[in-house]
Structure formats: C-alpha cells, structure tokens
Write a protein that binds this ligand. Structure first.
Ligand SMILES: [Cu+2]
Length: 141
C-alpha cells in the first residue's frame, strides 16, 4: 500500500513537472515570436546624406544636394555618406570636370554608404560624377 502511494506521488510529481515545462516553453515561444516581429535593419550612422530626388537639377538652388553641404570634422576623423536616393551618385574629390583624384566612391547604390577618414587639414570639395549640379565640401580642422 505504501509503495503504491509513493509510486502515485512520483507519477503525480512527474506529471506536474511536464505540465510546468510545457507551459514555460509555450510562454517562451510566445515572447520569442513577438520579438521576431520587430524589424531588424542595419543601422549606418550617416554624417552626410544624399537625399532623394537630387538626380534632377534644383537641389543646388538651396544647396541641399548633399546634407549638410559643408561638414566640419576634426583631423583624423571619418565621414560617412549614405545614398538615400533611388539613383546612383558618387562622392568624388574636386569639381565636375576637374576631379582632384584624392578620393572617389564610385557609383553608390541606393542605401549604400561610403566612409573616408581625413588625416590632413584643409577644405575638400567634392561632387557627383553623374550630376554636375551636385557639389559640397568637407572642412578638416
Ligand atoms: Cu548624383
């Protein structure tokens, strides 16, 4: 009789543990599925943005082809450009028709970024090889 009671108690204990485990699993899965609904995006910290619609003339009127059109950085620091437009653009040193060949991002795809570090003082003018009206500068202090 005592043996039967002990066996029953053990079976009961195991059953409770199993139920408890499956409940905790269920809760875990639920939280997990909520977390996966959060959109995961690669976050690039942009110092200069190439905004939308700059592939047509007009952004030069307000000087917003690159935002900001003039950025001041400390010597040794880097600048990251992000192309937020749906067209290709470039970050090329110099002026349209007069590149200085110091740097050239090549064609940046939409949402592609380009990072450069500036180790010398000076004013670095740059432009877009595809759109003559797009120009801006980096000032290294
Ligand atoms: Cu461009």
């Amino acid at each position: 009789m005592i043996k039967k009671i002990i066996t029953l108690a053990i079976i009961l204990g195991i059953s409770i543990s199993i139920i408890g485990l499956s409940l905790s699993n269920y809760n875990f899965e639920e939280t997990n599925s909520e977390e996966t609904t959060v959109k995961v995006e690669e976050i690039i910290k942009a110092d200069v943005i190439i905004p939308i619609k700059v592939s047509r003339p007009g952004c030069d009127i307000e000087d917003i082809c690159y935002i900001p059109s003039s950025i001041v950085v400390e010597k040794g620091k880097s600048v990251t450009w992000v192309n937020e437009d749906s067209s290709f653009h470039s970050v090329t040193s110099g002026f349209y028709g007069e590149p200085t060949e110091l740097f050239d991002s090549g064609y940046l795809d939409p949402y592609q970024s380009y990072t450069l570090s500036f180790d010398d003082f000076g004013t670095y003018d740059y432009f877009c090889t595809l759109h003559p009206w797009m120009k801006a500068q980096v000032i290294v202090e």
